[in-house]
Design a protein around this ligand. Sequence first.
Ligand code: ZN
Length: 131
Amino acid sequence: MNSLNQQQATQLINELSNRERVLREEIRREMNLQDDYVQLASEAPDPGDLSFANLSIDLGNAAVTRDIHELRAIELARKKMNSGTYGTCISCGYDIPFERLQAIPTAERCAPCQQNFERTHHQDGMRGASI
Ligand SMILES: [Zn+2]
């Protein structure tokens, strides 16, 4: 676990919850969807799996697709909090600074690793969005 104190952890958990509420509301409003459907979209087991890719295409709405991606990132952050791996950079294994987590509670990498990742894996981030 990242060396966050209890107060910092609570703050980030609240931040994630607030953001999730906003996103779900946004998706529902834009798509006029049932909450069940939004739930389903955000809980598909693998971000790269076929059903989610199809869903992205079906929606055909870039804003909603982005919202769903973020919703899933929030879900992942929660799982990491539960498993004690939250706040640790998945690339270098060092703690992600609290200031960065405050700005981006769903961050999986420290800033230098994220920049490096985006430079070398840019194509991956676009997968499913452009088809
Ligand atoms: Zn790193």
